[in-house]
Each structure stands twice: as C-alpha cells, then as structure tokens.
Ligand binder design. Sequence first.
Ligand SMILES: Nc1ncnc2c1ncn2[C@@H]1O[C@H](COP(=O)(O)OP(=O)(O)OP(=O)(O)O)[C@@H](O)[C@H]1O
Length: 282
Amino acid sequence: MAVENAIEIRGLTKSFEGFTLRNVDLVLPRGYVMGLVGPNGSGKTTLIKCLLGLLHADSGTVRVLGREVTPETGGHPGVGAVLDRATYAEDWNLDEVGRAVGMFGPAWSTERYRALLDRFGLDRKRKVKDLSRGMTTKLMVAAALARDVELLILDEPTSGLDPTSREQLLETLQDVLVDDRRAVLFSTHITADLETIADHVTVLLGGEVFAAATTDELLDAYRLVRGGPADLSPALREALVAVREHRSGFEGLGPAADLAGLDDVVVEPARLDQIVAYLGRS
Ligand SMILES: Nc1ncnc2c1ncn2[C@@H]1O[C@H](COP(=O)(O)OP(=O)(O)OP(=O)(O)O)[C@@H](O)[C@H]1O
C-alpha cells in the first residue's frame, strides 16, 4: 500500500561547530510541492543532505517514502536529487552521462532522458565541461526525471537560470506532479518561484523552522501595511512582524487578524515573496 507522506521529519537536530539545525519537524504529503526558503546559512542544504542520507542526524528521525533514511541505509531509490554541483565526468558527452546514470537504480528511461534534453535545448553530443552552470542544472534535472521518481529534491534549482529557463524548469516540475503519487521539495532564494509552483512553504531561520504552512494559509495570515511617519503608533509597531521605515513613512507586515479595521493606514494583501522577505527580517 502506498504511504501517504513523501517526507516525514520529526525532531531532527544536527550540529556543526557554530550552527545547529534544531528540532525540525517537516511533513510533505504526496502530490504536493514544498518550497524551502531561508537566508544564507539557515540550514536548507543540511536538511536536504539528511533527507538524502548523506548526513547523520544527531537526533530525530527522517522518513522518506515510508522508510527511515540514514547514511547506513543510504538514500531511498525512489528519490531523484538535484544538488548544487554535478558529479559527472567532465569528458563525458550527455549521451554518456545518460548511459552511466541509467546503469544505477531502477526505472530509467533513455527515451524520457533524451526528450528532456531536447526540451531544455541541450545537445546530446556536448561534453559536460562545455556546459554553463544553468545548462548543468538542466542536465541534472533531466537525469533525475528520466527515472520514475516518487520524490524529487532540488537544492536551489533555479539559481543561475535565465528567466525563460526558469519558467521552463518550473513547468517541468509541475508536469512531474501530474501524478499524485509524487512530491517535490525544492530550496530557493527566488521567492517568486514559490508563488508559481509551491503548495507548501517552510521557512528556516537560524536552523529552526520559523513558519510552515500552505501558501494559501500564509497569504491569508498576513497583510502589508503602509502609512506616514505619524501613523506608526507603538501599538501598531508591536503588532508588526517587521517594519521598514523611510523618510515619507513606513511599510510593514503583520498578522491579518491584528490589522483588520485600522483606519489611517493602507492595509493590503501581501505577495508570498514579500511575506517570506519580511519573515526573514523579523
Ligand atoms: N560539513 C559541514 N561542516 C561544518 N559546518 C557546516 C557543514 N555543512 C554546513 N555547515 C554549516 O552549517 C550552516 C548551514 O549551512 P547550509 O549549507 O545548510 O545553509 P543553507 O541554508 O543551505 O545556505 P545557503 O542559502 O547559503 O546555501 C552554515 O553555517 C554552514 O557553514
């Protein structure tokens, strides 16, 4: 019987000198896309490495597709990963990459691999060393999706991509989700990507989960508020998650419930990238 959750992390703690990923709980049901956001050094890659069985947790459990994952068990074979660096031999061309990657692990489709390379405009005879950073990302996505993966995990897949390639990649990720057995977790600094494809958002700050909600819940929960310098009363300042002051006034983010019925200021819906940016400043 298929398990319900693609990812189930409970109480995950992992320390390095000077940094602790602390007591992280995270659940991603199958059929959904989760965006993982947070400032540099907030622990996104560390979390992803634990999910792939590349790092030992100090405590807590990491379950992927119904199975506990540790460096001893190795990563789950139903997971496709796109990390920030490719590990393909520099001298291989993309057909050779496909043959090498396809030899390991189940459910590889050369046909799907080639179709994805075509879709991304990558020439199969080109060598790995001649690819730009964005092209290498696309190659990794093609190699991950040529397998019939149930969970796709991507670490900052859209950084280094031009706007057209970004859109193409996001569309490709959405196609993966046509099958509701599948799930996608991706970390990003480009919060506009969240609005496009994420159903769930987890915000990490300083190694802890600061917010975890569906995108709709986040959009419902917060409002932007703007006003002149005299409008920022101590009570309003107290209610805001974060505020930016400038010469002609202020703009801030606050809980929708606390800002309802205010008269002298402008209160309006916030975009997801604005919410995440303000939460990151709080
Ligand atoms: N192997 C390691 N040994 C020691 N410290 C590490 C190791 N890996 C990560 N860290 C530290 O853990 C912290 C979190 O790093 P991590 O790469 O998880 O952050 P991130 O949110 O992915 O950041 P970025 O957005 O910059 O990619 C950083 O302070 C980093 O220096």
